[in-house]
Design a protein around this ligand. Structure first.
Ligand code: KG4
Ligand code: ZN
Length: 347
């Protein structure tokens, strides 16, 4: 395809109502994110029913804002794209139903995007010079995966978490030490004031050459430490808990990702997902990778956490291949990346 793509992309899988207009996969004509974090904070986490209601209230306003900021109308758009899974079913449905209605009314092709593929493609949004093959660590509130990318849309899943996602562990530990939701940025900030070697915590390596993860043992170890200290009346220093917990997570993420790149003869690592906003992770991964002659790239923070620009970037490569969805596209809350690759014959 030689003509330009101008994609109106929507993302509503969790607690951000986001719409972007992306030209040719990398020109960000607009990127509007209306976050519900303040609303959910008082409950200590995302309340699914409230999230869907808020998406419904906001989606049309955010779409209009994205078109206005891009200085275009719906007529100028070539494709409509939307996240269809995984995520909260009611939240996803708002985006999917809106995208289908717009595609039907305007006669424009509809593109369904897997949320993880969106996170990965945030890298292509800001960096057009990446050379395949690549290894990407996707770390968010719902996912922890190491993925080999051989071309746009061509993936091989090297490893994934067997229980909690890294961001989920951050959020749970933050809650246990009294920090507000979302816990990741709070732990990162507090950890800077703490001693990472103060508390001995386990690292789950899952076998020598495994690229799988497990964070539930670490989570239990921190909760046990807190309970024991409380029972004995020992002083708990939250900064030390944050620093020791974070280092236990980062040691595993960094070592496995660099090892995965080495084992696969790949010299470029990408970071993606909400936890990729973590500066300490970025620095430690960069240092460990550079020692092995491997380069690390990551998107700016606003494209790491949930946004629709990344969905527009992922949709561009599907538009080029005319990989369109029809109006039977549905929200799939538990859409696994593994299953998606199997359906595409890539697993
Ligand atoms: O990608 P995202 O916005 O939503 C999902 O797809 O899950 O990721 C949200 C997750 C939350 O668990 C949040 O605590 C975590 O990313 N996060 C961080 C940081 N910023 C966001 N975790 C660690 N350090 C950060 N700076
Ligand atoms: Zn996400």
């Amino acid at each position: 395809m030689t003509t330009d793509t101008i994609i109106l992309a929507m993302e509503s899988s969790c607690d951000e109502t986001a719409v972007a207009v992306i030209k040719n996969g990398h020109e960000i004509l607009s990127n509007v994110v209306s976050t519900q974090i303040e609303i959910h904070r008082r409950y200590g986490g995302v309340v699914p029913e409230i999230a869907s209601r808020k998406h419904l209230e906001l989606i049309n306003i955010v779409i209009q804002e994205a078109l206005d900021q891009a200085n275009i109308t719906l007529d100028d758009v070539t494709h409509i794209a939307v996240t269809y899974g995984p995520g909260l079913v009611g939240a996803l449905l708002v985006g999917v139903a809106t995208a289908k209605a717009l595609a039907f009314a305007s006669g424009k092709p509809l593109i369904g995007v897997h949320h993880i593929e969106g996170h990965i493609c945030a890298n292509f949004l800001v960096n057009q010079n990446l050379k395949f093959p690549l290894v990407c660590l996707v770390v968010s509130g719902g996912h922890t995966n190491i993925i080999k990318i051989t071309d746009h849309g061509q993936y091989l899943l090297l490893g994934q978490t067997k229980d909690d996602a890294a961001g989920e562990a951050y959020d749970k530990i933050a809650r246990a030490i009294g920090l507000p939701y979302p816990g990741g940025p709070q732990i990162e900030r507090l950890a800077k004031e703490g001693d990472a070697s103060a508390i001995e915590l386990p690292r789950a390596w899952m076998g020598d050459d495994s690229f799988d993860f497990s964070f539930s043992g670490l989570k239990s170890a921190v909760l046990n430490y807190l309970n024991k200290a409380k029972m004995k009346g020992d002083e708990i220093i939250p900064a030390n808990v944050a620093a020791s917990f974070q280092q236990a997570v980062l040691d595993v993420l960094v070592q496995k990702t660099v090892h995965a790149a080495e084992m696969n003869g790949v010299d470029t690592i990408l970071l993606a997902g909400g936890v990729a906003a973590n500066g300490t992770l970025r620095n430690q991964l960069q240092k460990a990778a550079n020692e092995k002659g491997i380069q690390v790239y990551y998107p700016p923070v606003e494209f790491c956490t949930d946004n629709a620009a990344m969905i527009g970037a992922a949709a561009h490569y599907k538009a080029v291949n005319e990989e369109y969805a029809d109006l039977s596209l549905n929200a799939v809350p538990n859409l696994s990346f593994e299953k998606l690759l199997m359906e595409r014959g890539q697993a």
